[in-house]
Design a protein around this ligand. Structure first.
Ligand SMILES: [Zn+2]
Length: 475
């Protein structure tokens, strides 16, 4: 596919360095109250706007790959190339639109194989395309569980047949995600797994996590850990607090997450190996990760729009659309997550897209399944709640949605680099739209964003040079 996109405003990822952010941050605090010695772990969200973001040379190198003045993108045989005269299969006048490298979601549940009544690769990748995502990495908690090369291969083949965006399978850490025996990590890597996770549960024991991290490192794979100490969360179905008490619903305390985040940080520190923390939802998790990064621990982390937008008060009224794991937390958690996105503590935004059948959600609060869909709302929600209020800029979203997930799953996407596959997302920032969960491409209609008016609309999603979603065709 050959193409030209012109009049484009290209958005390049702005990389930040946590140590630079923190140096300035601590200096700032010291300036204001020199008598008090602040340790990094005490760093709070209060002066978040004072954090100066450092532009690194990586962005500049990236920028050199494209003629920024002309704002033109050329695609030949599905890849970014230097300017040429055509012929083109299509041309897009992108006047008024912003152009991101194709968005990458490093944490989705496509449900296939086994739970096709909730979602399948065909519907899930169409939902991704509608939300501007050109790549999704899918979690292994399918049936059968993706803990061997055959299931990884099946997902890759099915995605090639039915999918419209790139699908990158994540393999299980342990067999059947039971936490007892390591899965076939090497064979899964050979078959195309891009990371490892027992998502849905934590890797059960510190011993198994240690073995898995050592083994995974040999294959250059990172473990994405769903952090939850099950002995403390103990089946709690929303955040433990005033709301859960008043609602009479068993709660799960935020410390259930914090404990395993700390466990993983300590292992990463001890082994000097990487670990990636899934869907961070608590203030203490953010603070622990920030402090660990500042002392050089190889920890990275993600959060989801629901954790910087909603709180446990949204569960009042027993609305099952707000049931998710981890659960919606308190306003102070939301504030710290936004601070973590600003200063680079949290590396990326993922959706944890978790489609369910209506029958699994349209029931009593305590019986409903955990999880919400997110692919079709994540970018617009992030723009509305992070960029519009001034917490972040578009270049930060390009880091959070493009370059950072690429660093985790290493699939050669997430930039405008010449020679790379041409994945692009074209967005109209001026258009707003009302979320209607019943009109979504996903089979799962369980969007907690239902009824909200969000700013910014995806207009085109382009994968390997091919237009896989156009908002104009959809009208
Ligand atoms: Zn999870």
């Amino acid at each position: 596919m050959n193409a030209r996109i012109y009049n484009a405003r290209l958005i390049f990822p702005r990389e930040i360095s946590i140590t630079d952010s923190l140096d300035k941050y601590v200096n700032n605090i010291n300036d204001k109250s020199s008598t008090k010695t602040k340790t990094l772990i005490d760093v709070q969200a209060k002066t978040q706007t004072d954090i100066q973001i450092q532009v690194q040379t990586a962005t500049q190198n990236n920028a050199q790959n494209i003629n920024r003045e002309l704002s033109e993108v050329f695609i030949k045989d599905g890849c970014f190339v230097e300017a040429y005269d055509g012929p083109f299969d299509y041309e897009i006048d992108a006047k008024g639109l912003v152009v991101f490298p194709g968005l990458i979601d490093a944490h989705v549940h496509l449900r296939e194989p086994g739970f096709e009544y909730k979602e399948d690769i065909a519907s899930g990748t169409r939902a991704a395309a509608a939300g501007g995502f050109t790549s999704v990495a899918c979690m292994p908690n399918t049936n059968p569980i993706c803990d061997n090369a055959a299931v990884v291969g099946f997902i890759k083949e099915k995605a090639a047949e039915d999918g419209v965006v790139n699908v990158w399978p994540i393999g299980a850490v342990t067999k059947e995600q039971k936490g007892e025996q390591l899965a076939e990590i090497g064979l899964m890597k050979e078959a195309g797994a891009v990371a490892l996770s027992d998502d849905g549960v934590s890797v059960k024991t510190a011993d198994m996590m240690r073995k898995a991290m050592v083994y995974a490192a040999d294959f250059d794979l990172t473990i994405i850990d769903h952090c939850e100490d099950a002995s403390i969360s103990n089946g709690g179905i929303m955040n433990e607090g005033l709301a859960s008490t008043q609602m009479g619903v068993p709660g799960s305390p935020s410390i259930a997450e914090d404990i395993n985040v700390m466990r993983d940080i300590l292992l990463a520190d001890y082994l000097d190996l990487p670990v990636h923390i899934a869907h961070v939802s608590t203030k203490r998790s953010v603070q622990q990760i920030r402090a660990a990064k500042a002392r050089g621990v190889k920890v990275t982390a993600e959060t989801c729009p629901q954790y910087f937008i909603f709180t446990d008060d949204d569960c009042r009224g027993y609305n099952t659309l707000f049931r998710a794991y981890p659960p919606m937390r308190r306003p102070e958690d939301v504030a710290e997550i936004i601070a973590g996105l600003q200063d680079g503590t949290l590396d990326m935004i993922v959706t944890d897209h978790a489609p369910h059948h209506e029958d699994e959600k349209d029931i009593e609060f305590c019986l409903a399944k955990n999880g919400m869909t997110g692919l079709e709302t994540a970018f617009s929600a992030s723009y509305t709640y992070l960029v519009k209020p001034g917490y972040l800029q578009l270049e930060d979203l390009a880091r959070l949605f493009c370059s950072a997930p690429e660093r985790l799953i290493k699939v050669g996407r997430g930039s405008f680099a010449i020679g790379a596959p041409a994945d692009l997302t074209l967005i109209d920032l001026e258009e707003s739209w009302q979320v209607d969960r019943f009109k979504m491409a996903s089979k799962g209609k369980n969007s907690a964003f239902h009824g909200m008016i969000l700013g910014s609309k995806v207009k085109y999603t382009i994968v390997n040079g091919k237009i896989v979603y156009s908002d104009f065709q959809n009208k």
